[in-house]
Design a protein around this ligand. Structure first.
Ligand code: GAL
Length: 329
């Protein structure tokens, strides 16, 4: 079952505001408490919390049934607004029905539901980022680095780059779209590539390590580029090369996405070559500002919602040259 944590924290950093008169209650539902990026996004949200705002955080341990029950409980407890990170982004109906019945607005975040679902009711919103952009930027970053003469990526000298993709959860918008756009961008940028394998590792470092170890063995250490859908899986790939005791100059270029603390640290240490910053601070602040406006019944027009419902924060390329500016963001 999910961890229940009631907090009324007042911290600096995310546009500290006064909300004294009436108390606002927000419920935040995460799909899993062990996801690195999501945990950091939720920490950023918590830093936004001001006086007079209570936030209850629950985690569903990857069960949509658990999450539906958690939402029901939060509504019974009297939340004014819910922020929901769906477990199964194709199964939001129970939650949407509960919200409609009780007139509680919902901000879905990070795991994007399909348009037919979000348009079911006017008080449904989405905060996240544009998955296509993250894939494109990863492809550009990799192509750019492969072009640099100092980076001798084509280890077997065949004029082509043998690559593998480490994919997030099957069916997740970010996994499907990042893979497609990252690889297509590389090709558009004129890099000749051969796909020598792929593995689904569900955003998870340990799973990525296991799958990567198999790919290294199967290709007889013939991989020249690893495109990982997130930083944790990129780091799982690094772990696999460490375990196999393969020296730095016999390793591929490895790229992630997210810019988590561990991901940025790996860019500094050059164990991965780059990442794409998934703006957790911006997304958390957008969610918080929207949640407060909705809870107070205020107009949300100043928040520049796309189609009246969506807020998407831009991604950014991070490599050794600019990583320090993201570390203390
Ligand atoms: C993605 C993120 C992944 C994982 C996933 C969970 O946006 O890049 O690391 O957190 O969301 O839904």
């Amino acid at each position: 079952m999910g961890v229940l944590l009631f907090s009324s924290i007042s911290m600096a950093g995310c546009g500290k505001k006064e909300q004294k008169s009436t108390e606002i209650k927000i419920g935040v539902c995460g799909y899993d408490q062990y996801d690195t990026y999501l945990s950091q996004l939720i920490q950023c949200f918590d830093k936004c919390t001001t006086d007079g705002v209570n936030v209850e955080y629950v985690y569903a341990s990857q069960s949509q049934i658990t999450q539906n029950e958690q939402v029901e409980k939060l509504i019974t407890k009297g939340v004014d607004v819910l922020c929901v990170n769906l477990v199964d982004r194709t199964a939001p109906n129970t939650i949407i029905d509960l919200a409609k019945k009780n007139d509680i607005p919902i901000i879905f975040f990070n795991r994007e539901l399909v348009e037919e679902d979000i348009t079911q009711w006017p008080k449904l919103y989405y905060v996240g980022a544009d998955a296509i952009e993250s894939g494109r930027l990863q492809g550009e970053l990799a192509a750019n680095m492969l072009r640099r003469e100092s980076v001798n990526a084509d280890k077997n000298g065949d004029g082509r780059i043998q690559y593998v993709v480490l994919e997030g959860e099957a069916g997740h918008q970010d996994a499907i779209v990042r893979t497609e756009y990252s690889v297509n961008t590389l090709i558009e940028q004129g890099v000749d590539v051969d796909k020598v394998g792929y593995a689904i590792a569900n955003w998870n470092r340990a799973q990525a390590q296991t799958k990567m170890a198999q790919l290294i063995e199967r290709t007889e250490n013939g991989i020249e580029l690893v495109l990982a859908n997130n930083d944790d899986m990129a780091l799982g790939a690094v772990d696999a090369y460490n375990s196999a005791k393969i020296s730095a100059d016999e390793r591929p270029l490895i790229f992630g996405i997210d810019g988590t603390d561990v991901g940025l640290e790996a860019v500094v240490n050059k164990t991965i070559m780059g990442t794409i910053y998934n703006d957790k601070e911006g997304q958390a602040k957008a969610m918080y500002d929207l949640a407060i406006a909705l809870a107070k019944g205020e107009s949300v027009s100043s928040l520049n919602l796309e189609d009246g419902r969506y807020i998407r924060l831009p991604y950014a390329k991070v490599d050794a040259a600019n990583v320090l500016q993201y570390i203390h963001k």
